[in-house]
Design a protein around this ligand. Structure first.
Ligand SMILES: Cc1cc2nc3c(=O)[nH]c(=O)nc-3n(C[C@H](O)[C@H](O)[C@H](O)COP(=O)(O)OP(=O)(O)OC[C@H]3O[C@@H](n4cnc5c(N)ncnc54)[C@H](O)[C@@H]3O)c2cc1C
Ligand code: SF4
Length: 520
């Protein structure tokens, strides 16, 4: 079957692009290797989701040493946005330029913040972002206010906010893509529950790519979505300049399709793997890989979860409302960027049990969870050509990665510890309320391990120079005229805020390019 456009993957990139191109008379084929997330009570069960990994892929990848790797990633309609925490940040304006880090250089992007700004504004509208402009000192300029007011802090988090503000810091409301209407609690689609970050939303109130983009796009009779449709190879014609066939595995059957324009959006790791698997006589190192850049510069952020355990309980239900970027670009005592501080969803005893945490003496897991504030720390991961996706002899994914810029992350962690020790607001215990910080030790020490590929990006970077990048500025492959990539692969640097809004905004930008290419 021949289509005008084929889109592979329905996550932040593919889903958003589909939404922008649907309804314009073009026949669009969408190929998604997963199915719909089943709607069931287990969606909101922390044991099923966090401990048993009910919705995670059961695929096995390998690390650099050949050890098995069980990636924490999800194959469903909507991609990883079904599970994300919906913290929807713009990159900082400076992130588009070159930045010197302790661990090396974060390279400049081939576009400027201003090129993406209108698309950020459009993506914030599309994904119902709730936020407050200007409170975050690193916020880039914006052409419009957030479409919805910020999500309020619960009392324990508000107390932390006030304490930090008293210390001269500028904490802010994290911009969130949830359909919460605090002015009308009975009418609000979102019920503000404790199982948001990492879980699918049982009531369809999270702004994920399925709910916000794919479902509405399917009202167009020209859009065909095939689920459980795993694209295994892209083939070119004799010139090598055009993808002419998509090979798709559906159950035991192999099917083939073709399209005038082919958009790969399978997530940064799977997109690189697909291009590498599509090697041919014309593209011996992998499709569009004359530069040998496909799969290289894998970045995943330097992330950790840190539990701050205090004497006061933390009865917060929806914890992910507060952020701190005061150390994003450095501080008076350290000139290099450190990164971003915010929260994960409230941890409970089941989740801690699954993560084999360091138990504080005298505390049970349940007590720890009831008294902890659970921070999420992100520092920039710098692009290293040796951190890369390759394939083993059987075509399975190998992810080789050596961490970098770790000193920045250690500095950020130390800053947070210092801040927590200066807490004064607790009327009962004073500053002793925070008697210690305990790492969650989820997997390895405090850090999120290699299997935590939630923020994967960078494996098919865009740029002006075909020798040093895979994609041109419109995210079209330098070497293949009808091939585009719109997932997180295009990032030349990872910045230190969550990536999804930038993927969405860029997909809208590429959609505008495709509209003019196709005359629609
Ligand atoms: C638990 C969790 C929390 C997160 N929280 C946040 C957050 O708060 N804020 C934020 O900005 N980001 C967050 N992220 C990251 C965010 O979800 C991703 O950055 C984003 O979804 C990536 O978009 P993408 O289009 O690159 O890929 P994905 O969303 O992963 O989409 C890729 C799609 O391609 C499909 N696919 C893969 N291979 C093939 C193939 N060969 N054939 C057909 N289909 C294929 C997959 O099934 C999937 O649907 C979180 C992620 C996780 C897992
Ligand atoms: S109801 Fe609201 S808080 Fe709960 S999962 Fe859905 S979007 Fe998240």
């Amino acid at each position: 079957m021949h289509y005008d456009i084929a889109i592979i993957g329905t996550g932040a990139g593919g889903g958003t692009l589909l939404h922008a191109l649907a309804g314009r008379g073009k026949r669009i084929l969408v190929l998604e290797r997963g199915d719909y997330v089943p709607r069931e009570k287990a969606n909101w069960n922390t044991r099923a989701v966090n401990v048993e990994g009910r919705y995670q892929t059961k695929e096995t990848w390998r690390d650099r040493e050949g050890r098995p790797l069980h990636p924490h990633t999800n194959y469903y309609v909507g991609g990883n946005t079904k599970f994300y925490g919906a913290a929807l940040f713009r990159l900082r304006r400076e992130d588009f330029g070159e930045i010197k880090h302790w661990g090396g250089i974060s390279p400049a992007w081939p576009i400027e913040y201003e090129d993406l700004e209108p698309y950020y504004t459009a993506a914030e509208r599309l994904y119902h972002v709730h936020g407050e402009r200007g409170a975050d000192p690193t916020d880039p300029p914006a052409s419009a206010p957030y479409p919805h007011p910020p999500v309020s802090h619960e009392p324990r988090i508000q107390r932390l906010h006030d304490d930090w503000a008293r210390l001269g810091l500028r904490p802010f409301h994290v911009p969130l893509g949830i359909m919460l209407d605090e002015a009308d609690p009975r009418g609000s689609r979102c019920i503000r529950c404790e199982t948001c970050d990492g879980h699918p939303c049982l009531v369809g109130a999270k702004s994920d790519a399925q709910v916000v983009c794919v479902d509405p796009a399917l009202r167009d009779p020209n859009v065909t979505l095939l689920t459980n449709a795993h694209v295994t190879k892209l083939e070119t014609g004799a010139s090598g300049r055009e993808v002419t066939r998509l090979v798709v595995k559906r159950g035991d059957a192999t099917e083939t399709y073709s399209a005038d324009v082919v958009v790969v959006s399978a997530g940064a790791i799977n997109s690189a793997a697909l291009l590498l698997r599509s090697a041919s006589d014309r593209h011996p190192r992998g499709l569009a890989n004359g530069s040998d850049m496909v799969g290289r510069h894998y970045m995943g952020h330097v992330n950790s979860v840190l539990m701050a355990i205090s004497r006061c309980p933390n009865p917060t239900v929806f914890q992910k409302t507060l952020g701190l970027n005061d150390f994003y670009f450095g501080s008076h005592d350290w000139e290099y960027p450190m990164g971003h501080v915010s929260f994960v969803g409230k941890l409970d005893a089941d989740t801690l049990r699954g993560g084999a945490p360091a138990i504080a003496p005298g505390w049970s897991l349940d007590l720890m969870a009831k008294h902890s504030m659970d921070f999420w720390l992100t520092s920039e991961d710098l692009p290293d050509p040796d951190n890369r996706v390759t394939l083993d002899r059987d075509g399975n994914i190998v992810l080789a990665y050596r961490p970098n810029n770790e000193t920045a992350h250690e500095r950020l962690t130390a800053k947070l510890e210092q801040l927590m020790k200066q807490q004064t607001k607790c009327g009962v215990h004073g500053h002793e309320c925070h008697e210690g910080l305990f790492s969650r030790n989820l997997f390895l020490g405090q850090r999120i391990p290699l299997a935590g590929v939630a923020h994967q990006n960078g494996t098919a970077r865009f740029g002006h120079d075909p020798r040093a990048s895979v994609l041109d500025v419109n995210c079209r492959a330098h070497e293949v005229d009808n091939l585009y990539v719109v997932d997180a692969s295009f990032f030349p640097s990872s910045a230190a805020v969550n990536p999804a809004l930038t993927i969405m905004a860029n997909a809208l930008r590429v959609a505008d390019h495709l509209k003019s290419r196709l005359g629609i």
